[in-house]
Each structure stands twice: as C-alpha cells, then as structure tokens.
Design a protein around this ligand. Structure first.
Ligand code: ATP
Ligand code: MG
Length: 327
C-alpha cells in the first residue's frame, strides 16, 4: 500500500514555486496512491517569527488554496500539523536518534541562519520535526522541490538508524522530485529560488496575485543581454526559469517552446509566459474564493486530523515501547 505525503509552511503567500514544486505533482499523483497526506506545517512556520494575526489568517488561506489547486479531500487527508500532539513527541524521540553532525550539514539551515542573526534552536532542529511528519504515517514518497530533498534524505537516514537500533519501525521514505529543473527561481534574481519568505515581492509570483501584478512581474523579470530564447541555466538563468515555468504550465517540452520563439524577442516570450501564468492562477483563484467562505474547510480538517492522530499515536506508543520508556 503506497503512501504519499507533503506539507507547506504558512510563512508567507503561497507562491507559484510551491504550486509547481509541491502541490501540482501531488494533485497529479493523488489517484495513483492508496493514501495521500497533505498538511499545513504551522509548527515549522514558527522557526522564524511570524505575526500571530497574519499567521492565523494564512493557515486558513493555505487549506482553501490546496483544495482550489485540485487537491481532493475525498482522496487526500488534509490537516494542520499543530493539531496532532504526537508529532512533536515523535520528533523528540527522533532528535535523540539524530546526530548533531548530520543535522549540521543541512544546507537550508546554513542559508536561513545566515539571514537571521538571532535564529532559533527550532530552525536547527526543524529537519527532525520534518522527519517525524514523514515517518509517523509510514510515507513511501514525499513530493518536494529540490530544495527539500536533503531533508527527506535525512528522514530516511534517521529512520534507518532507528530501525537498526530498536528494530523495524519505520518505512523508508524517498523524495519525489516532480521533474529535474522544476526549482522555480526568483524573477528578479534567477540565481536563487523563489521563496514565500522573500523580502523582495517583485521577484515572487504568489497564487493571490492579480493578472496585472503577474504580468508586471514577468515583463520586468531579469534576463540577459542576448536575444535568443534558449535554455541555459548557467548563462541564461532568467530565460531558463521562464522556460521552465512555461513548460510545466503548458505541459509542453522546453525545446518546442524554444522553437516557437526563434526570431522573436524576449518581450514576445515574456508576454506568452505571463498569459499562461495568469490563466492558470485566475482559474485557481475563482475556486479559492468560494472555498474560503464555506464551512467545508472545518469539516475537512476535523476528518483529517482524526485520522492523523490515530496513526501518530500508534507509532508513538510503538517507539516508546521499543526504546524502553514504559512503566
Ligand atoms: P520559505 O521561504 O518560508 O522556506 P518556501 O517557499 O521555500 O518558503 P516551503 O514551505 O519551505 O516554501 O516549501 C513547501 C514546498 O514547496 C516544498 O516541497 C518545497 O520544496 C517547495 N518549493 C518551495 N519553493 C520552491 C521553488 N522555488 N520551486 C519549486 N518548489 C518549491
Ligand atoms: Mg523553504
């Protein structure tokens, strides 16, 4: 029985990068798996300070956005991470199974701790909490963007060590990268990835942007001094990023899109990409609005958390037993 799980942190506005890297692949795969889990990683969001009022609103927006993007609550268990008290409890048991050295090698910690002078202990232990998220329900695959691959691999290593020390307890998870190269880059600085918590909103397309905003951002995206629409991540990161976005959203091969723009200029190409993105996002936004106002969301979350708690409780008790923390 194959299982799939993924989650997003409500740290900022849901971006086009999150959609392409995590949600769209999950939507595509939800029929093919026996069980699919999707959560809002609100505990993870706290690793970097969040305004409480904004966070509260965002959590609800994320759930509505998941469903608007095509996640089907009849097939996918949707829940809030913080409503399951067994997940942090499992995380502690896993922290004691994780080596300081291996946790110190996490690239995302190095990057994020550089940006925040007074970073929290939570920012460092976050990958272990993510391991708990993945391992408690015996997930086989975790669809993530390439930026999260290392964390899923850590979860796998920790699970293997736990199994070795205490006996077979966890299934080993595998990161599922939708397509090589689908790490969406920032439009203003295409050498870094597009992120929710980015300071410069001009480089980030959110799923809540208007057609005008989307068009403006894409038309002003950083490119290069050449004129040819050609995929070359080294020399033409901006154009390559737009080609990636266009390829995923239109379901067409990059080479075919390149061919369409032979002899045309960057302006024509950007216009094409802006139309594709606007069309996709506007359709999602229409569904989103009606969902946000309905009480369906609470019913979906109540059902999801019930299932999640039952599984996590079982796993927690099994771990405690195996580790010898019982009366
Ligand atoms: P933050 O800046 O707060 O870390 P984020 O945009 O990186 O936010 P996360 O909540 O960390 O979003 O990640 C949610 C999911 O979206 C993960 O699976 C991650 O791999 C994927 N993802 C994030 N950014 C991108 C991107 N630019 N391209 C493709 N996938 C992405
Ligand atoms: Mg991130």
């Amino acid at each position: 029985m194959a299982k799939l799980l993924t989650g997003l942190k409500p740290t900022g506005e849901f971006t086009l990068g999150n959609y392409i890297g995590a949600i769209a692949p999950l939507v595509q795969m939800q029929d093919a798996y026996d069980e699919v889990y999707l959560f809002v990683a609100d505990l993870h969001a706290l690793t970097i300070y969040q305004d409480p009022t904004e966070l509260r609103q965002r959590i609800r927006k994320f759930i509505a956005m998941y469903i608007a993007c095509g996640v089907d609550p009849a097939k996918t268990t949707i829940y809030l991470q913080s409503e399951n008290p067994y997940i942090p409890a499992i995380s502690w048991l896993l922290e004691c199974t994780t080596q300081f050295g291996e946790a110190s090698r996490m690239i995302q910690f190095k990057e994020k701790s550089k940006k925040n002078e007074n970073f929290s202990v939570g920012l460092f232990t976050y990958p272990v909490l993510m391991a708990a998220d993945i391992l408690y329900c015996d997930t086989d695959y975790v669809p993530v963007g390439i930026d999260q691959k290392q964390h899923v691999e850590l979860a796998r290593d920790v699970a293997e060590r736990f199994n070795h020390k205490y006996g077979e307890t966890f299934r080993l998870p595998t990161p599922y990268i939708a397509k090589e190269g689908t790490k969406i880059k920032d439009l203003k600085d295409p050498t870094k990835k597009m992120s929710k918590s980015d300071e410069n909103p001009q480089g980030v397309i959110t799923m809540f942007d208007s057609v005008e905003q989307i068009t403006k951002k894409i038309m002003r995206a950083t490119t290069d001094s050449e004129t040819q629409v050609k995929f070359d991540e080294e020399k033409k990161p901006g154009i390559s990023n737009l080609l990636n976005i266009a390829s995923v959203l239109s379901n067409r091969r990059i080479e075919d899109i390149e061919t369409d723009f032979v002899g045309k200029n960057y302006g024509d190409f950007k216009k094409y990409v802006a139309e594709l993105v606007s069309e996709k996002i506007s359709a999602i936004q229409q569904k989103y609005q009606s969902l946000l106002e309905s009480d369906e969301l609470d019913k979906i979350l109540d059902k999801g958390i019930k299932k999640s708690i039952a599984l996590a409780q079982e796993k927690y008790l099994e771990m405690k037993e195996k580790m010898g923390i019982v009366r």
